[in-house]
Design a protein around this ligand. Sequence first.
Ligand code: NAD
Length: 391
Amino acid sequence: MRAGFHHFRYSPQAVKVATPKETAEDERRVALVPDTATKLIAAGVEVSLEAGAGAGAFVSDDAYEKAGVKLVKGAAALLKDADAVLKVQAPTAGEVELLRKGAVLISFLQPATQGDIVKALAKRGVTAFSLELVPRISRAQSMDALSSQASAAGYKAVLMAAGRLGKFFPMMMTAAGTVAPARVLVMGAGVAGLQAIATARRLGAVVSAYDVRTAVKEEVQSLGATFIELPLEAQEGEGGYAREQTEEFLHKQRELIGEHVAKSDVVITTAAIPGRRAPLLVTADMVKGMRPGSVIVDLAAETGGNVELTKAGEDVEAGGVIIIGTRNVPSTMPLHASQLLARNVANLLLHLVKDGAITLDFEDEITKGCCVTHGGEIVNERAKQSIGAAS
Ligand code: NAD
């Protein structure tokens, strides 16, 4: 950060906040909901929205208007004088051109795969904040969109599996006999995995889980699942995350977890290392060992997949086993996913608003941590690294 740039205060007029309609294919979420609009308006912010932006999440223009939101037709008219823009997905190159110089943008940015967009935002003079880079500290929990969306994904993964499995999840005692409960294995017990465990338990399945961070053992057990302990060294890294594992470690892990995979009716994989390709946990051979009719949901599909056979955005069948690689799972639950995401986004925006004006304090861990572009430059070291690594 350049000296003298630590504090940035924008004009004292009411901050104008705008939310355009998402344009990415299959994106049904929206970054503003009527509740968060009310909260922003109460903080002295002027709130506008592109007409129809809530439709995918089942929120009508009417509901926004009742909350005091100004509806604008078309993104160009909406964005031309917006001080802050709230979005779900990173803008396209065309959308970047609609942002005014000096505007603040809050959205997912995926700096690792969207290097060109990040560069375009810098060039345009936009101050962009990436939701992925909000530090995982307790003060920022209310802004943690990765967690809120991971919860939605973990929940939905179980429902997708249950919808495809030719078995009941719970044990059933019927006049026609007793049915054994389904066996669910969750690999990766972070936010998504824990939500998947809780959901599968609520549906009555027998659940076991594995994670390379043994710190999650008690959380897994408190949800009524069995924590699988493998004779492997824990892979705890910085900030509560897993560290990147060696191929040798992953090879051993696959060998040891194989028998658990083979016994499962449903496997849900959620394993991730921040900023890296997802680790390979389930090989094609391991899938061969599963009973026909079993279902795998790979929540890491978009970052390379935890399962060798996964195809992002598709369902694959191999030897009677279905491997679900749905992209953007949170968007398939657009109402609640938007509600939670909009709260995260509004909290981050309000973090930047002091006395009715956008005030950027680059000494602040949250502001500094997730600001990616400012003053014409890419200012975030993590973003710079991931853009460098990808290009
Ligand atoms: P993530 O999405 O990066 O990864 C998902 C899970 O995969 C993690 O639990 C990770 O340990 C696991 N994993 C990685 N490699 C694996 C492998 N080879 N086999 C099995 N599992 C593997 O993680 P996340 O869900 O974002 O959360 C990570 C941690 O951060 C959790 O402990 C969570 O509680 C913590 N967290 C803290 C805060 C906060 O303090 N504000 C907020 C959110 C999450």
